[in-house]
Structure formats: structure tokens, C-alpha cells
Design a protein around this ligand. Structure first.
Ligand code: G
Ligand code: G
Ligand code: MN
Ligand code: NA
Length: 257
């Protein structure tokens, strides 16, 4: 595979780069509470490639483990730097996407432990985003890895919640901390009473199970106001901020604490 060898070179030559999308507290003046790391490949000929164009290939070839390890340590050290410039009393957390394969790799827990010890990230300020696919693939092993992560003070978020196949039972039995409501439920929420009802249902489930919620893909003030009224605390979306460089993240924090 042409892309496979290109990706090896890319890892060796530092062609991957991270952007950070802020997570904001919509009940508190849109204060930044965290940063989600989003990987891009700065390709010599093709420009800045989005993850859809290489993550699934990296999963097929197993390169996702190396790439994922790089993302984890880079995001942790970048956000540790942002925590040092943040004027807010609570440190913004780093949220890192982890693919199901990477989560089940032998070296993964060790890598996370290493990052927690050596990145300078404040304790309790690493969140890992898993999809429902990761939960259902090998539930027993997944639960065991999740428990060990929780013991290290790492939080687990379910990404794209509502689009996969995880049952509610998993939410109760697995050490999950956060649900990220998929953008597809937020799109049209101000016009579509069925979507509104589903989001109310997700908020109710989260409340019952003691989980935090992040609404994804907020693009309008009407969506934000509706979610605030429904009691949703945190959100992400172009309305607040697009994915940005770590330097831009630093400017954002020095502006609004
Ligand atoms: O940033 P963008 O909207 O293009 O991201 C598209 C998808 O790629 C999202 O589903 C996101 O979760 C995923 N993604 C972004 N960065 C990473 C990463 O570092 N690892 C994995 N496994 N997925 C990522
Ligand atoms: O699957 P995941 O939730 O990680 O996907 C995150 C992706 O969604 C990122 O690529 C990010 O660029 C994109 N994104 C974030 N906020 C918005 C938004 O408000 N509108 C749109 N269209 N995309 C968004
Ligand atoms: Mn994500
Ligand atoms: Na996400």
C-alpha cells in the first residue's frame, strides 16, 4: 500500500499535526473547560489531510498504535502548556480520540500511564473519547481497561453517542464519565420535535446515571439557548470555536481565562 509506507515516513518525519477544538461551559459564559485534539496530516503534496482520509487505513495496517501514541503524548504536552497559561482556577482538560483497536492494544495502558507521569498534565485532566463500537467489540476486556484507566484518574467519554450499537446496560456497568451527543441530533433540533425529544431523553439518561454531557456541533445561538434551557452544561461547535492551533488556544485562554 502506497499510503502505508507514506504514513511510516510521516510519523518519522513529524508530518502529523494537531488542532484543538475547545469544549465550553454554556452555563458559565462559554468558559473553556477542555480541548479536543484532532489529528491532521500535513502532506507534502496533498496539503492538510483530514483524519477520515487516513485513520481507517492506519487501523487496517496497525499503524494506528504508533500514530495514536504520538497523538496522546503530543496532546498531553500541548494541553499541559495551555494549563500553565490559563488564568482559570480549574485547568482545561485534554480530550483525545482513541480508536477501538488502539484501546485493546497491549501497550496502550502503559502508554497512558507514561503520559500521565511525564507530560506535566494536571492530575485528572485527561479524557479519552471512545465510540460505541469500542464498547461492544470486546466488552469484558474493554471494561477491564476502562477500570484501570479510571484508577489512573483518566475520564472516559463516549463519542458520537446515539449513533452506535451500545446498549444502556453498558452505560450503567462500564466506568463511563461523559456522553458526547452526536451532531446529527443537534442539527435541526430547533425545528424537529423528535430530535428535541431524543436529546431530552439522552440528558435524562445521563442525569439518572450521573454522567456529564457535551453537545457536539452547535452552530447557532438558537441551538445553544435551547440546550442551556434543557440543562445541558457543556458544548462544542463552530458557534464557539473551530479547531485551532495550540498557539491560538493559548490566545483564547489569555483572553477569557
Ligand atoms: O477533525 P475532524 O472533524 O475532521 O475529525 C473527523 C473524525 O476523525 C472524528 O470522528 C474524530 O473523532 C476523528 N479523529 C480526529 N482525530 C483523531 C485521532 O487522533 N485518533 C482517532 N482515532 N480519531 C480521530
Ligand atoms: O466524531 P467527532 O465528534 O470526534 O468529530 C469531530 C469533528 O466534527 C471534527 O472534525 C470537527 O472539525 C467537526 N466539528 C466540530 N464542530 C462542528 C460544527 O459545529 N459543525 C460542523 N459541521 N462540524 C464540526
Ligand atoms: Mn471525538
Ligand atoms: Na468527537
Amino acid at each position: 500500500h502506497e499510503l502505508q509506507s507514506a504514513m511510516d515516513t510521516a510519523i518519522a518525519e513529524n508530518q502529523f499535526t494537531l488542532r484543538y477544538q475547545p469544549v465550553v461551559d454554556i452555563t458559565d459564559g462559554e468558559a473553556v473547560v477542555g480541548f479536543e485534539a484532532l489529528v491532521r496530516w500535513s502532506h507534502l503534496r496533498h496539503g492538510l489531510l483530514p483524519p477520515q482520509q487516513f485513520i481507517s487505513i492506519a487501523e487496517e495496517t496497525g499503524q494506528i498504535n504508533m500514530l495514536g501514541a504520538w497523538v496522546l503524548s503530543q496532546a498531553a504536552s500541548d494541553v499541559a502548556g495551555l494549563q500553565r497559561v490559563s488564568a482559570s482556577p480549574s485547568s482545561p482538560y485534554a480530550s483525545v480520540n482513541v480508536s477501538a483497536l488502539q484501546f485493546r492494544d497491549q501497550g496502550f495502558l502503559h502508554k497512558v500511564g507514561d503520559v500521565m507521569e511525564n507530560s506535566g498534565l494536571a492530575p485528572g485532566s485527561l479524557q479519552l473519547e471512545l465510540t460505541e463500537t469500542a464498547l461492544v467489540t470486546d466488552p469484558a476486556q474493554t471494561r477491564s481497561v476502562m477500570r484501570q484507566l479510571r484508577d489512573m484518574g483518566v475520564r472516559i467519554a463516549i463519542d458520537d453517542f446515539g449513533t452506535g450499537f451500545a446498549s444502556l446496560r453498558y452505560l450503567r456497568e462500564f466506568p463511563v464519565d461523559v456522553l458526547k451527543i452526536d451532531k446529527s441530533f443537534i442539527d435541526g433540533i430547533t425545528e424537529d420535535s423528535k430530535k428535541l425529544g431524543l436529546v431530552e431523553g439522552i440528558l435524562r439518561i445521563a442525569d439518572t446515571l450521573g454522567l456529564q454531557v457535551i453537545a457536539e456541533g452547535i452552530e447557532s445561538t438558537a441551538q445553544r439557548d435551547l440546550l442551556t434551557d434543557l440543562g445541558c452544561r457543556c458544548a462544542q461547535g463552530y458557534l464557539f470555536a473551530r479547531p485551532m492551533t495550540v498557539e491560538q488556544g493559548g490566545h483564547l485562554l489569555s483572553r477569557n481565562g
